[in-house]
Design a protein around this ligand. Structure first.
Ligand code: EPZ
Length: 439
């Protein structure tokens, strides 16, 4: 991955006050860009965040024959009259999880594709077995190659695919494969995150026939073709929660325009348990501290549960709460690696354990993964030099630096900027003392 463009210097202790605009969700828009490959007609997406991850996906699409033009700061037109290549160059190997989602569209357009495997990362192994098994059930022929898979199919056919776990990516992959498949596909135990529902809305406008049942079942009746679409991407509830945590942790008040309560229900409950509060405003939600912060227990889960991507800012917030909190991470086996720098360098009271201390034993029970954190607070955080290990940990570190006494420097900012649009400008707008220096 590319090098950092700059490092951040943050002087903490300033309560953040003001308004920020929520960006479009990275984890919706990147899949929606892939969905445009399903039609030869032009598509226009609004609310597209200007982040490195979007640049990467647009680069991939361009290699496949997509014409890309920006119509406005956050509006992009993508048009793939013909798919001119069935594989991506090696520079896209292992960079993110988007190429594997292109399998369905490329099979429909060209009958075969070779896609690079995403590989593991700092948060867990992240296999793609559910994706491949589902596509095989739909008639794809899959051949493993070193670092990639070759997939071919004359025409995908509907199947009943039961996911062993409601995987976001596998659900999206199968949806993108099913919309143009012959016959009906049923995906049971599917993920139903708001970003997936947003993808479904876009596909429906393109002509797809998809129903979402209350029991996590998606039923897709395949159609022969899909048309172009104009779609506005849903707001990023991870970014929104990050700024909410920043308002409460610094004892400030931040309005996030575009924030939707219905996408944050579980987060808002936890925030309130800790001592935060929210008001609905004309354009979104504002977040603030309502009382002294107190410890609470959190367990991450699939939607409508508490997102694993909300876990990092919440953990940092809990270092400022009185008492002992437990955060049980049930989605990824290794998503607390970032906690060590918070404890060792900043003085946070975080202890990791391999035990499931949540309400129920999770998939990582008895498997030697440090997936539960016990956080004892409040601890004054000390300024430190921090190196970001992954995107969501990145905002956790920024938040820790905003709370800490003194000036911290943060490197590894390329990870953060993959998923957060203009974080420095947005934080500056709410009064944060943050500057950048060339890396
Ligand atoms: C998406 O990852 C997001 N990424 C993640 O956000 C997010 O944390 C995650 O969903 C959960 O909400 C994108 O949308 C690009 P999963 P995804 O498949 O789809 C296991 C961020 O920072 N699994 O729902 O890859 C897997 O190992 C990122 O924006 C299998 O075992 O997540 C994990 O334990 C980080 N086999 C669990 O399921 C499979 O074939 C959930 O993963 C697929 C998944």
């Amino acid at each position: 991955m590319a090098a950092d463009r700059h490092t951040y210097r943050i002087t903490g202790g300033v309560p953040l006050h003001g308004t920020v605009e929520a960006s479009g969700a990275k984890n919706a828009v990147t899949k929606e860009l892939v969905a445009t490959l399903l039609t030869g007609e032009p598509c226009v997406l609004h609310g597209v965040p200007r982040i490195l991850e979007v640049d990467l996906v647009l680069g991939m699409l361009t290699e496949l024959g997509t014409q890309v033009s920006w119509l406005g700061e956050h509006t992009v037109r993508v048009h793939t009259p013909e798919v001119t290549s069935t594989s991506l160059s090696s520079m896209y190997s292992g960079v993110n999880r988007i190429p594997i989602l292109m399998m369905g569209p490329l099979l429909h357009r060209r009958g075969e594709t070779v896609v690079p495997l995403p590989g593991g990362c700092t948060i867990g192994k992240r296999p793609i077995d559910f994706h491949l098994r589902g596509l095989a059930q739909m008639g794809a022929d899959i051949v493993d190659r070193p670092g990639s898979v070759k997939v071919s199919a004359d025409r995908l056919t509907g199947a009943h695919v039961h996911l062993p776990f409601p995987s976001v990516g596998a659900t999206e992959n199968l949806l993108l494969a099913a919309v143009l498949a012959k016959g009906t596909t049923v995906i049971s135990n599917a993920a139903v995150e708001p970003e997936i529902v947003d993808l479904v809305l876009m596909l429906q406008k393109m002509g797809a026939l998809i129903t979402i049942d209350t029991d996590r079942t998606l039923t897709v009746s395949g159609v022969d073709e899909l048309r172009g679409v104009e779609h506005h991407t849903v707001a990023d509830r991870i970014e929104i929660a990050s700024f909410a945590a920043a308002a409460v942790a610094t004892d400030g008040r931040i309005e996030v325009r575009g924030a939707r309560q219905d996408h944050l229900i579980t987060f808002l409950n936890v925030l309130r348990h800790v001592g935060g509060e929210f008001n609905e405003t004309e354009h979104g939600l504002e977040f603030f501290r309502a009382r002294p912060l107190t410890a609470t227990d959190v367990e991450t889960g699939v939607h409508p549960g508490f997102m694993t991507d909300w876990q990092q800012p919440m953990t940092v917030l809990l270092t400022q709460a009185t008492g002992t909190s437990v955060v049980h991470e049930t989605i990824y086996e290794d998503r607390f690696g970032y906690a060590q720098q918070l404890s060792d360098s900043m003085g946070a009271g975080i202890e990791l354990t391999t035990r499931c201390l949540g309400a129920a034993a999770c998939r990582w029970h008895n498997r030697d993964y440090q997936h539960t954190a016990k956080i004892t607070g409040p601890t004054p955080l000390k300024a430190a030099d921090l190196v970001i290990p992954d995107l969501r940990a990145g905002f956790g570190y920024v938040l820790a630096a905003l709370v800490a006494d003194g000036t911290s420097t943060i490197s590894g900012t390329r990870y953060l900027e993959r998923g957060y649009e203009e974080p420095v400008a947005k934080l500056t707008a709410v009064g944060a003392n943050i500057t950048t220096q060339p890396a």
